[in-house]
Design a protein around this ligand. Structure first.
Ligand code: PLP
Length: 416
């Protein structure tokens, strides 16, 4: 394209952008929250458990006790995550809190394989990028150095992990969202998982396997969850993995139930530590989840209803991206088969500018760099799109606006 052509395009885009600003929009594509219509799917759960407060296994859920959660819910989670009921416990309302607590316990006491507390020396975590901002927020808060690792369509770059781990026993952990990762939608393959589990690393190195989107498929069937605890055992590292999940984006976000699955030694260590803080989880909420979801098939049937609502929103975003930016070749994006996000890469050096332009036009996008440790996107190119929360009309307007902002930013650098 000649400079003249590019100038003409920029002038057109500027007009389009001025019109966008004049429209007085107030739209929000920031967080991966379920829409109200999705939350309505679980509304009947609010009238449970009613008078039926004794769990099927005979626990009076109104009373204290049972720090590892109701066995019936452990069975549901155990199937969803392919971890089995015995190695899976049901906890409070947020898996993020469980991840946080495990890191704090490890810093204070070390884990079952540590010679000394993690906090006794500077330590590091491997962070597949782009990744989940709140993971990186925890490690940043506790002064744990974060190292970027590329997140590829089949999972993290294991060769890079191997090199780093072999040379550095101060690397104690790794964040990983194995299914429909936040924000790329990538899913870790069996092969990558096996290689990761077999790597030489410090004995107390742990993979934080956050399977938040295990059942959140946008296609006919979610990938079968990898039996990651069995695989870790086979690799001779049975304590290496903590599996996390929750019903936050199945029933109610922030009012669901969290799960932790791991080796017996790790679970004993966790329950010993958490028992100082709590006599047990909210079993009334656990029971209403058991009564409402019934079993893993019930979860999958419920997720199919979510899919009906959100799959068209994902398609709409992809259609707008293709329509507005497909020919220009100034951006690339993921086409996820599940999860809550689409990861958009614009021209290097223009993500922050695109996000700022969108903000001035009344379209809130997740802050630039959010999907990277220290909020620093080394190429300033990644934008996380969260299609679920806005209505379809809002989403259409917002995405069209985002495309205008990305194209305008691209012409600015190209003409610079
Ligand atoms: N893990 C990932 C990868 C997420 O994307 C989210 C929410 O967006 C969470 C965990 C939060 O889960 P919870 O509500 O169980 O704390």
């Amino acid at each position: 394209m000649s400079v003249e052509e590019l100038r003409t395009i920029r002038t057109d885009l500027q007009k389009r952008y001025d019109a966008l600003c004049a429209a007085g929009l107030k739209l929000d594509l920031t967080r991966g929250k379920p829409g109200a219509d999705q939350l309505d799917l679980s509304a009947p759960m609010l009238s449970l458990p009613g008078d039926d407060y004794i769990s099927p296994s005979g626990t009076d859920c109104r009373n204290y006790g049972g720090v590892t959660g109701l066995p019936e819910l452990r069975a549901i989670f155990g199937e969803m995550f392919a971890t089995g009921a015995e190695r899976t416990i049901a906890l409070g309302n947020a898996s993020l809190q469980v991840m946080h607590d495990i890191i704090v316990f490890s810093l204070l006491h070390g884990n079952v394989d540590s010679e000394k507390p993690w906090g006794a020396q500077p330590i590091k975590f491997l962070c597949p990028v782009p990744g989940y901002d709140r993971h990186f927020g925890i490690t940043e808060k506790y002064g744990i150095e974060m190292i970027n690792i590329a997140m590829n369509p089949n999972g993290p770059d294991v060769d890079a992990c191997a090199q780093l781990l072999a040379d550095d026993p101060s690397i104690k952990g790794m964040w990983l969202v194995p299914t429909y990762s936040n924000p790329t939608g990538y899913t870790v393959t069996d092969d990558v998982a096996r290689r990761l589990l077999a790597l030489d690393a410090a004995a107390d190195f742990r993979v934080f396997w956050d399977n938040a989107y295990a059942v959140h498929t946008l296609v006919d069937a979610a990938p079968a969850p990898l039996p990651i605890l069995d695989m870790a055992e086979e690799a001779g590292h049975q304590n290496r993995v903590y599996v996390f999940g929750s019903t936050s984006k199945i029933t109610f976000a922030g009012a669901g139930v969290a799960a932790l699955a791991s080796s017996q030694a790790n679970l004993d260590w966790f329950t010993r530590n958490i028992s100082a803080a709590t006599i047990g989880p909210d079993k009334i909420n656990q029971l209403r989840h058991v009564q409402f979801l019934r079993d893993a098939d019930g979860v999958r049937a419920h997720m199919a209803r979510h899919r009906e609502i959100i799959a068209p929103k994902f398609q709409l975003v992809l259609d707008i991206l293709e329509d507005r930016m497909g020919d220009a070749k100034i951006a690339s994006w993921t086409s996820p088969e599940g999860g809550y996000f689409i990861s958009l890469d614009v021209v290097d050096g223009t993500a922050a500018r695109t996000i700022a332009l969108a903000k001035d036009a009344g379209i809130a996008l997740t802050a630039a760099g959010s999907a990277f440790p220290y909020k620093t996107d080394p190429h300033d190119r990644n934008i996380r799109i969260a299609p679920t929360f806005p209505t379809t009309d809002e989403l259409r307007t917002a995405m069209d606006g985002v495309a205008t902002c990305a194209l305008l930013s691209a012409t600015e650098v190209l003409l610079d």
